[in-house]
Design a protein around this ligand. Structure first.
Ligand code: FAD
Length: 557
């Protein structure tokens, strides 16, 4: 052993998991199921056990499930694979990112049994209507493709309910005597014997004076999340060619502990960290009314019937921006705009019916598993959330007419470019005139898309039919200033489908594994540049379970 410890505290465990998010929890459950002894450490406090999945809405992509069939959806693994590769836009060279592609195939092949069925065994249920997100702007097999059919299964109880169920499963496991969990333990370096990882070192947060610790373990699984909570890392890896210059006004929608510290540590020791420029960010970020960390933002799911304007108030085009088709493209277009922010104009009726905020706690009906709540939102819209945004969010302004609205928009703090009333008037009047023509004769692509969306029952209930902006009965008018919000890391530790980390020559690093967002959800980027959405939580589970199975097989040899 090369590393002799002078740490205050020593732990020894046959398996160490770093990170108690959904990837780490799934890894731990798999290992306990297989009779292994596990030490799980996390730098956060116990009350945050579960990591970012606690905040997730809980949408999960599955292929050809019984629930899809009940909804009359014809899906197949081949169709899903075609959609996945079309969306990912992987390099056509097979040797480019072979492990990422292998994980994509593994997901389509195995997620039904290894994630959907696995979760159902713990009593997790899904909302009966499967949602249709990321349809793609074009159906091209070669790129810009999305989901050909609805695949987004929403966990009843949201990501929070999912995570808490898995935590209960873990801590009440029949082999719980084999599990030890330490919170507020921050890992900052690894121990090596030659090329083999044999443990880690770190410090205990919150302790005064800070105590140090060392873990001696021949099997180390990194489940410490991505890099997108650290805006310095986001900036370092920003893909300028695709998204324009790094937006200095970017918001953060990922936890600050997703900081990339362990990525750098392993990279410096020869590990392969790839594709960190592949990120799943969103174009509709607003300032969080109750920020918990610097630049904390909320990601809105924009109203389909709102008009998306540039900083001056001109409608963005020629293809109007509409959510639900291609998130990557929304970031690409808004990132290239002057000022790198945009405006969304709507009225109160549109906002209540269509606007949503991504996450668990703000989607109360799903969070509380309340059928009455779902019915209320379907009939009356989400008035409570809209009123909250109107009164608390700095990026939201309200007025009775367009001229006053533009006046209020121009009063917003840190506004770089004045909004021009004439531009806004022209955009709104043109759009309303297109609505007036009726669906048969409209040539507006946004209205055509809204019409198309309403053909699917999951969208019909939350999308207005033909709603003018300047409808006197639907006011007041609302304008929301939106900008890019950082969210998920789609690159990271390069892993094979056994979740083993490879080095910069592609050789497995003995004793080292990675799962979840740390691994770019498998293979350092199994979604390529574009996710089909709802793939993140489920890939964390699939990666984590694979790590647990690989380690258990090795230790049982
Ligand atoms: C608002 C929101 C909504 C979302 N909605 C969805 C959705 O609907 N569907 C979907 O698929 N995905 C969604 N996601 C994404 C998904 O939640 C995450 O990708 C996923 O939870 C990541 O899990 P993880 O276990 O890989 O990492 P994390 O949850 O980030 O967990 C990593 C853990 O490692 C710990 N850690 C970090 N560094 C160290 C260190 N140095 N030492 C010790 N511990 C460390 C952290 O404290 C943390 O607990 C959403 C995310 C957010 C924020």
């Amino acid at each position: 052993m090369v590393n002799k410890s002078n740490a205050d505290i020593q732990y020894d465990s046959p398996v160490l998991i770093i990170g108690g998010g959904i990837a780490g929890i799934s890894t731990a459950i798999e290992l306990l199921d297989r009779g292994q002894q596990v030490l799980l450490i996390d730098r956060d406090e116990e009350r945050n056990f579960g990591g970012m999945a606690n905040e997730a809405f809980g949408g999960m992509l599955f292929v050809d499930t019984p629930l899809q069939r009940l909804n009359g959806i014809k899906d197949s693994k081949q169709l899903a694979l075609d959609d996945w590769f079309g969306a990912a836009e992987f390099s056509t060279q097979e040797m480019q990112d072979p492990l990422a592609k292998a994980w994509a195939r593994a997901y389509v092949e195995r997620s039904g049994e290894d994630v959907y069925d696995w979760l159902k065994n713990f009593g997790i249920q899904f909302f009966p209507i499967v949602h249709w997100v990321e349809r793609g702007d074009y159906g091209f097999k070669e790129g810009s493709r999305g989901n050909s059919v609805p695949r987004y299964h929403v966990v009843w109880g949201t990501g929070y309910g999912l995570t808490q169920t898995l935590i209960k499963t873990l801590i009440n496991h029949k082999n719980k005597h084999n599990l030890s969990i330490k919170f507020q333990h921050k890992v900052d370096s690894f121990l090596f014997s030659g090329a083999k990882v044999i443990g880690c070192r770190g410090s205990i947060e919150g302790d005064q004076p800070a105590q140090t610790f060392q873990v001696n373990s021949p099997q180390v699984v990194i489940c410490a999340g991505g890099i997108n909570g650290n805006l310095a890392q986001v900036k370092k890896h920003w893909d300028v060619e695709t998204y324009g210059d790094y937006p200095e006004n970017i918001l953060s929608g990922s936890h600050p502990y997703a900081d990339g510290l362990l990525h750098d540590e392993i990279s410096n020791n020869g590990g392969s960290i790839k594709n960190c420029g592949w990120m799943w960010n969103y174009a509709s970020g607003v300032k969080h009314p109750k920020p918990e960390y610097p630049n904390h933002g909320l990601s809105l799911m924009p109203a389909r019937s709102s008009l998306w304007l540039d900083a001056k108030g001109k409608r963005i085009g020629p293809m109007p921006l509409v959510t639900g088709f291609d998130t990557h493209n929304l970031c690409k277009v808004t990132g290239q705009l002057e000022g790198q922010y945009s405006w969304q104009i709507m009225n109160y009726k549109i906002a209540c019916k269509e606007l949503a905020v991504s996450g668990s706690h703000l989607n109360k009906a799903f969070f509380n598993k309340s059928w009455l709540g779902i019915l209320k939102v379907a009939l009356k819209g989400n008035e409570e959330m809209v009123r909250w945004l109107m009164s608390e969010c700095d990026d939201v302004v309200v007025a009775g007419d367009l001229s006053a609205l533009v006046g209020n928009m121009n009063q917003l703090e840190a506004l770089d470019i004045p909004v021009e009333l004439a531009q806004v008037q022209s955009a709104v009047h043109d759009y309303d005139e297109q609505i007036q023509r009726g669906l048969k004769f409209t040539t507006d692509d946004q209205i055509r898309k809204i019409h198309f969306m309403r053909q699917w029952r999951g969208d019909k209930v939350r999308t207005l039919k033909s709603q003018k902006i300047l409808d006197e009965k639907a006011g007041p008018l609302i304008a929301i200033r939106t900008r890019i919000i950082s969210r998920k890391s789609m690159g990271g530790f390069e892993t094979n489908t056994r979740s083993e980390v490879v080095d910069q020559s592609g050789i497995v690093m003995e004793g080292l594994y990675a799962a979840g967002e740390a691994a770019g959800f498998g293979g350092a980027g199994c979604s390529g540049i574009r996710s089909l959405e709802g793939t993140f939580l489920s890939l964390c589970i699939l990666n984590g379970r694979a790590a647990g199975q690989t380690i258990a097989a090795k230790l049982n040899q």
